[in-house]
Write a protein of this length. Structure first.
Length: 300
């Protein structure tokens, strides 16, 4: 195995945390991968990987070597792409991780447009919601995240600003009335939302006189699924608060109506994150630029 293939193998082992998975991805026997890494360590005179029965981790030298290798391989790929005129026709695999609701409501409905524009790019879209650093180690090229992300290892591109809305069904409003002031929410019922095994305490948040205020309502039903959350609201089981893009269709159709529209919910940024330790290949840049346009239209 030549030096270039050894570098590719080493970076994939680090990113996947496994000799077996990296060897399988590159189409070589595991024994060949083990021998190649031993030869690489011998040539460098340094131990790069710590192997246990459960995982493979980098040593300090190994992490430093990986950072340099990742940059070199990305730059080499970019040079090859430019020589092959791939900047105009990018190709290859883009691994991205998106929030589930964003994938369902924003990205997947427009996916045919992307493939018409970039027919030679294959997308692998995950919805894990895991930490950026963990996903980068697994070889994910970019992530979309909602809310503030403080990670110096990631480049961030702002895609949109998301705002929540309070809404309820017309039937609920006829039965229980429409609150005219935030303080009146305490007399109403909310659909509860259970997140990650926690109790269904999901306070509503509004900006009142320039300050963030929380309102805790009682619930008669709680769910742990976003679609079920909307369905309960449409059936009149209570007021809900969620991103406006998620209920745009229901608001347009009239199956849900805005509650307290004069009081805004705190907004949060939606960002595209990419590792800054490597130069972005043209295929990743193409996907990021396309996402930017999709989000701009979705949140216009």
């Amino acid at each position: 195995m030549d030096r270039f293939e050894s570098l590719r193998l080493f970076t994939r082992i680090v990113e996947l945390g496994s000799f077996t998975r990296a060897a399988g991805e590159l189409g070589i026997p595991r024994a060949t991968a083990t021998h190649a890494i031993k030869a690489l360590e011998a040539r460098l005179g340094a131990r790069l990987l710590e192997r246990t029965t459960r995982q493979v981790c980098t040593t300090l030298d190994g992490q430093a070597y990986y950072d340099r290798c990742a940059r070199l391989l990305a730059e080499l790929e970019e040079v090859e792409s430019s020589l092959a005129n791939l900047a105009e026709d990018p190709r290859g695999i883009v691994r991205a991780d998106l929030p589930g609701l964003h994938a369902t409501h924003i990205v997947l409905p427009r996916l045919d447009e992307f493939h018409q524009r970039y027919p030679n790019i294959e997308l692998i879209l995950g919805q894990s919601g895991a930490r950026a650093a963990d996903l980068v180690r697994e070889g994910v090229d970019c992530l979309v995240r909602s809310g503030s992300v403080n990670d110096a290892a990631m480049l961030q591109r702002r895609l949109a600003q998301s705002t929540d809305v309070l809404c309820a069904s017309p039937g609920y409003v006829r039965r229980c009335g429409m609150p005219s002031q935030p303080d009146e929410l305490i007399r109403h019922v909310a659909v509860g939302y259970v997140a990650r095994g926690r109790d269904a305490v999901n306070p509503f948040t509004l900006m009142v006189a320039g300050e963030r205020q929380e309102y805790r309502l009682r619930s008669t039903v709680s769910v742990d699924d976003a679609d079920a959350y909307i369905a309960c609201a449409v059936r009149g089981h209570g007021i809900v608060q969620l991103p406006q893009f998620q209920v745009a269709r229901q608001l347009q159709e009239g199956s849900l109506v805005r509650v307290l529209p004069a009081w805004a919910s705190p907004s949060r940024p939606i960002s595209l994150l990419c590792p800054n330790s490597r130069r972005l290949p043209s295929r990743v840049r193409a996907f990021g630029e396309w996402l930017e346009g999709v989000y701009a239209q979705a949140f216009a």
